[in-house]
Design a protein. Sequence first.
Length: 231
Amino acid sequence: MLDTEILIVDDEKDLRTMIRSIFESAGYTRVWVAASGEQALALMAKKMPGIIILDVMMPGMDGFELLQEIRTVSKIPVLMLTAKGEAEDRFAGFELGADDYLVKPFLPKELLLRVQAILKRTYPEKSRIVSLDAAMVDLDQAEAIKEGNRIPLTAKEYSIFEKLAGNANRIVTIGALCQTLCGDIWQGYETTLMTHIRHLREKIERNPSKPVSLLTVKGLGYKLVVKEPKK
């Protein structure tokens, strides 16, 4: 979430600077600013941000007009800022497709919480649980879960499994897996890789000598067979 690109659109320089500082202090690393609706559209023509914080009252193209333009091309979430608290303004923003509304002045914490809530609704995190035939692997905890037991993965096992899970149901070459373990100079590590694969199978397979989840593809590499998540 902290790498989400945020676009702040406000004609007041001090407010733009303050809002940008709020997000950067919270750990957000990609925060853009625009002083007008026209400048915002020019930025968005190059790359669409993940969320827009948009002031309503701006000279020239105001926030409502800019929101209308945005909604013709994108459903990107928009949080609107205004110095007015009238219900009519909020209704107008929501009717045009705003995701939330915040009245100025506001507390930094409230702004952060509102944006975080919008981002969670709009971009729900993918599950970090990988389901296999006889086990599950919790990537966040670096653990295999088999027969009710949690079995920790070593750092090397985790690196191999993460690489395989990121290419689930596809062949990952021996070279790519060795490179994950050792970097660019990986020749000669094939035997070490096989040892880690064997230990992984002991943790995730019902019968490690007859694997059905972590398969060897002779002459090429390995493939992780994952189960589709239940809908």
